[in-house]
Each structure stands twice: as C-alpha cells, then as structure tokens.
Design a protein around this ligand. Structure first.
Ligand SMILES: [Zn+2]
Length: 214
C-alpha cells in the first residue's frame, strides 16, 4: 500500500500511522523527521536547512520536494509500501510528487484523509500533557498518568505545550483547512481520495481501515 496521509492535528493521524506501521508494515516517511535527520547528519542539504532556520526563514517547498525525491531514489524498498506524512503541503508539491513517484516506480495508490469533529479535536489537543524529562505523551481523560502531573515512565513533571490551548488550536485548524482543501480536491479529481473517520479510537480505526481496504 502506498499512501499519503492527510488530516489536521488532533484528527488521529498519529494513531493511523501506528496502525499502518504495525499491521501493514509501511515505511513512515515524515518530512519533519527527515528535515531533522538531515540537520543531524550534517549533509550539504542539512547545512542549508540549518542556516535557513537560523535566519528565521522557512524551508522552501522545493527543498522539501528535493528531500522526498532523494529518499525515493535511494530506497528501493519503498516500492513495497509507504505512507507520506506532512507532504505534500501544496498542489504544486502534489503534482511534483506524482512525477517523482512515477520515476521511482512507486506510484501512489490513494490519499487517506482523516476527518474529525472540531470539538473532539479541541478536547484531544487541550487535554494533552507531555513529560518534561522523557517526552512521553499523556491525556487528562483518555490516557491519564497514575499520579496527576507526574510521568508514569520516569517520574518527570507533566506540562501542557503552550500551543495546545484552545485559541491557538482553532487558528491552526483554520490554517490547515484553507491550505489543505486544494490538495484534497486534487486527489478527489484523480479518484484517489479515501476518507477515514478520525473520531474513532485506535482499535476501531484499525477495523475501519481493514473494511475500507477490502
Ligand atoms: Zn517521563
């Protein structure tokens, strides 16, 4: 299975990626992780990215596309299956992606769009708590720690990320909606768009996915 994952923060994309990795053994290609990896390895591209970020500039669409292309050209295993996460972010990138995937002999099967109720997304994100020491994730109602405010794994202090507040989340959802709709339309036109209910919890999500793939 070769897929692109779409969906706003909090719609359950992370849970879906987990299911796809475990049950379908798909390689997870996250452009965010790839950027961090390039910087860490100090490749020429990594050095370029680091200096851009240091200047406060955005990493260009072209550069991210180049990075994705490089990955597909180097890793023949991706022909067996992959999930792209965080890419494409624009229609131009989606078009470039089609071209580079054809070149790599690993064309896309479909785009999976996760949709969830705004209210549920808010609840998921505002309830999120992160361990200051080990980065473990908890949730005040869905996955509470044994002792309030204390990490089960390392005893570190749990805190709420500053951007996990209602106002910021609503703004992020708005930005996401506006920027992603053209990409959703692009895949719909190609008849490659599939929708998954992001309101489902992980176990039900796995079930819904296997039904959809039949
Ligand atoms: Zn911890």
């Amino acid at each position: 299975m070769k897929v692109v994952l779409l969906g706003p923060p909090g719609a359950g994309k992370g849970s879906l990626a987990g299911v796809l990795k475990e049950k379908y053994h798909l390689a997870h290609i996250s452009t965010g992780d790839m950027l961090r990896e390039e910087i860490k390895k100090g490749t020429p591209l990594g050095v370029e990215i680091k200096s851009l970020i240091a200047k406060g500039a955005l990493v260009s669409d072209e550069l991210v596309t180049k990075l994705v292309e490089q990955r597909f050209m180097q890793d023949a295993d991706l022909k067996k299956g992959y999930m792209l996460d965080g890419f494409p972010r624009t229609v131009k990138q989606a078009q470039d992606l089609d071209v580079l995937l054809a070149k790599a002999g690993a064309p896309l099967d479909f785009a999976l769009n996760m949709e969830a109720d705004g209210g549920l997304i808010l609840k998921r994100l505002t309830g999120r708590r992160v361990c200051r020491k080990c980065g473990a994730l908890f949730h005040v109602t869905n996955k509470p720690s044994l002792k309030a405010g204390v990490c089960d794994l390392c005893g570190g202090e749990l805190y709420q990320r500053t951007d996990d507040n209602e106002e910021t989340i609503k703004a992020r959802m708005q930005v996401y909606q506006t920027s992603t709709q053209p990409i959703i339309d692009y895949y719909a036109k190609q008849r490659k768009l599939k929708k998954l209910d992001g309101n489902l919890e992980t176990a039900d999500l796995a079930q819904a996915l296997s039904v959809m793939l039949k």
